[in-house]
Design a protein around this ligand. Structure first.
Ligand code: 5GP
Length: 122
């Protein structure tokens, strides 16, 4: 698996992004095509391509993505109003960038998780 994902370049600051958080393990930046008033991507600095590639040794790192999400939700003022955390895996979920990332979405009513039209059997 190539180390050269677009997110790798953002983490390394080789290409610009609106980075809102960075430490030795995690980088978070605003999505280039926001789907909600708050749309931040929270990414491990280590390349893990998909959820299927998460190893036992990554458990703490993946947990840290959620801890950063909590901090950023408060920072963005959506911790009380509410927000959604999504991690897509592979084609049917629409994963575009093969470097795992947690979408933090908020700032509006996000509706149901899957629209009624797309619900099985309807
Ligand atoms: P996925 O579909 O893989 O779960 O989400 C990938 C996300 O990355 C999309 O929401 C897309 O808008 C965002 N994205 C793709 N390329 C870039 C980029 O170069 N910069 C930023 N900030 N976001 C990007």
């Amino acid at each position: 698996m190539s180390e050269e994902t677009i997110f790798r370049k953002i983490i390394n600051k080789e290409i610009p992004a609106d980075i809102v958080y960075q430490d030795d393990f995690v980088t978070a930046f605003r999505d280039i095509s926001p789907q909600a008033p708050v749309h931040i991507l929270i990414v491990p600095n280590k390349l893990i391509a998909t959820v299927n590639d998460i190893e036992v040794e990554d458990e703490v790192l993946v947990g840290k993505l959620y801890c950063v999400a909590k901090i950023l939700a408060k920072q963005e003022g959506v911790d009380i109003s509410g927000y959604r955390l999504i991690m897509n895996c592979n084609q049917d979920a629409g994963q575009e960038v093969y470097h795992i990332h947690l979408h933090l979405l908020g700032g509006k009513n996000l509706g149901k998780l899957i629209s009624v039209e797309e619900t099985i059997g309807e």
